[in-house]
Design a binder for this molecule. Sequence first.
Ligand SMILES: Nc1nc2c(c(=O)[nH]1)N[C@H]1C(S)=C(S)[C@@H](COP(=O)(O)OP(=O)(O)OC[C@H]3O[C@@H](n4cnc5c(=O)[nH]c(N)nc54)[C@H](O)[C@@H]3O)O[C@H]1N2
Ligand SMILES: Nc1nc2c(c(=O)[nH]1)N[C@H]1C(S)=C(S)[C@@H](COP(=O)(O)OP(=O)(O)OC[C@H]3O[C@@H](n4cnc5c(=O)[nH]c(N)nc54)[C@H](O)[C@@H]3O)O[C@H]1N2
Ligand SMILES: [Mo]
Length: 761
Amino acid sequence: MSNSIKRNISVTGNIEFSDLKVTEPSEYAAGIPGVKIALEHVSKESGLFRSLKTLSRMNQKEGFDCPGCAWPDPDTPSKLGEYCENGAKAIAEEATFERVDKAFFEKYSVEEISTWTDYQIGKSGRITEPFILRPDSIHYEPISWSDAFKLIAEQLHALDSPDEAIFYTSGRSSNEAAFLYGLFVRAFGTNNMPDCSNMCHESSGVALSETLGIGKGSVVLEDLHEAEVVMVIGQNPGTNHPRMLTALQKCKEKGGKIITINPLSESGLNRFKNPQQLSGIFGKGTQLTDIFLQVKINQDVSLLKLIMKRLAKREEEGEFVFDHDFIKNKTNGFQELLEDLEKYNEDQLLELCGVDSAQIDLAVDLLVKKSKIIICWAMGLTQHKNGVENIKECVNLLLAKGSIGKKGAGTCPVRGHSNVQGDRSVGIMHYVSKPLNKALKETFDFDPPDTEGLDTVNGIKAMYNGKAKVFIALGGNFVSAASDTVYTAQALQNCDLTVSVTTKLNRTHLTVGKTALILPTLGRTEQDNERFVTVENSMGKVHQSMGRMKPASDKLKSEPEIVAEIANAYFGESSNIDWMTLGSDYDLTREKISEVLRGYEDYSNRSKGSGFYLPNNARESDFSKLPGGKAQFSICKPPEHNLAEDEFVLMTVRSHDQFNTTIYGMNDRYRGIYGERRVVFMNPDDIKEKGLKPLQIVDLISNYSGKQRRAENFKIVPYNIPSKNLCAYFPETNVLVPIDLYAYKSHTPVSKSVVVKIEAK
Ligand SMILES: Nc1nc2c(c(=O)[nH]1)N[C@H]1C(S)=C(S)[C@@H](COP(=O)(O)OP(=O)(O)OC[C@H]3O[C@@H](n4cnc5c(=O)[nH]c(N)nc54)[C@H](O)[C@@H]3O)O[C@H]1N2
Ligand SMILES: Nc1nc2c(c(=O)[nH]1)N[C@H]1C(S)=C(S)[C@@H](COP(=O)(O)OP(=O)(O)OC[C@H]3O[C@@H](n4cnc5c(=O)[nH]c(N)nc54)[C@H](O)[C@@H]3O)O[C@H]1N2
Ligand SMILES: [Mo]
């Protein structure tokens, strides 16, 4: 092989400012602007007619599943279309007319592309054929599919051990592709399967498995309509799960109340004008949040403890607050929890969480009387050092109120990627599942590896230290999604080979190993030879998805085909698994899934129409697999930050115009930010006290274990956020998150509580 050169790649791209305009935050979500902007995005990228046709098929029974978030579809979709503004943007990204082809890569080197912003890189279009970046080159060039597969097989064979390869999965892959991928990786001989869950809801998975015996939520969509109280904690549904607002609206119409816990008053949770109803478009809309508890970043445990302490007091005073039958028959550890609560002093907890005491009383009043309670949460709880405890504290409250396993009550971790939950269910994970391994052996006659593999953080370290040499990604944008961007980029660059199965170009295709391959695949919306795939939504329902659009290029392959061909090239004649047939016959793959996993009987048939639910023990109040056969209360401690005078806690969040690392546009409409992403939201009193000024340019700096990390060029925006707290967008701020700072047990990077200093320029 030719000599490899060192490429001069920028890991941040251009950090110059564009054109910032700041207005008051929006007073409501969606409404006319929501519909208008949805249509603008799709028609700009792919033409008005094509876009209307595509939107009408989204989330309908015979259509395709939205490639955006994992919020479930109602059984009777709205006639005005079951989509949201941000789903429409996701479609527009995929349906774009722009192309990354041979001429594009002849014109632009990877060095030049890396100086662009993520927004510009994403807008360059759909990839049309396989490309290779050779070790002595800075330009990608075309390669045939068969040569690409051969090269991957050769490099995998050249490794000293299968554990020197890492197989990442993002959450957009279908169940069929993910199952085949997991099967191949185990047959190859490793459990090195980090996935985007590691950076996302892993803390939920760990906490829920340990307390309720299942790593998923317990509610279904209809439960949200029935609930008496919905608590939305650490989640911004107006932007990230817009169709959830319709469910919250139904809950309110039936008399339910909503408590929101968040450092920011997100407009999506204030007033909602449902774009799927004429009254929503033209009327005043629905007030969603009844009680807003403005918690300090990462002090949810303090706040929940305070709520429980006050609930316990009300019980002592003679009210019926806790569900003692449920607690006695179904749970372990309630007495210990009450004893632990006594150790905390109210004033101390109030000071820590920073919430107004009278507001907390309003929430307590509500919770005393109700038992149909649902807690919804997302990244505001999971991406902290104590992410697992945050969720366990929510489970404590639900268990004490008997709010699990009954209609209108339960846990609702709101998933991110549209099929991240399905990928896990069919076997994408770095840890060992003994039942899965046993079933794989029975069905496919090989011994799957039985030692735990590398997750995202450990995978990055292994590549950095030269212990892993091949990195293969089924989707995603690893370098921009993971923490510590500079370190992660170096880790990937240390590899011999990096491979990405992808629809579009992103920064991970620039920060690559000596050799790099881009394998272009069909998107969700595109026709796949009349075949359909299946996905699982956030509430454990599996259903089909069938693309209808003409593919972006006739050289694309489907994900199951690509995975099967890699496996086939690697094993050659030596495998007793017929990879090529499995990769092309999705019905057969589904049959194999149903042989290996419980709950998928008659899979292909049942996935048609609105689909089927997978078994869920928490929904049935069956805790037989847990210690003593009971759900577990947990003792959790409030976290300590011990901030120095000049330190702040920074949360890194999504703007309204992005899907993770894909930047759709430069606005964050609901927060009143237009034309710029390099902003940091700061409390107006803090700005004054530090002698800073609105719109002043600063750098953000994190110091950890003697190493300084810097994110340059942010404009200060005064905002309603607790003192000593800051907020900025990811991925720009990922350079600040140290690789060694992650949640205990789940290893989720602490993207929502990074301690930083501000330095004026
Ligand atoms: N349009 C769009 N949809 C998406 C995505 C997207 O990027 N764009 N991403 C998808 C993915 S993968 C995921 S995981 C989800 C993410 O969905 P979210 O979790 O809603 O996304 P974030 O922007 O990270 O928002 C976190 C919210 O938590 C709050 N928060 C931060 N720290 C704390 C805290 O300590 N306590 C509390 N109580 N709140 C806190 C923030 O103010 C913010 O409102 O969305 C999915 N859907
Ligand atoms: N600082 C900070 N970091 C974070 C977070 C945060 O809140 N703060 N959030 C974390 C979370 S919750 C998550 S889930 C991760 C996300 O991590 P990833 O899942 O790795 O990142 P995405 O940005 O969702 O990946 C987008 C890329 O997927 C590819 N793609 C799109 N559609 C398809 C498809 O159909 N098939 C294939 N094969 N590829 C496709 C495109 O190339 C696109 O550029 O980021 C995490 N990183
Ligand atoms: Mo996520």
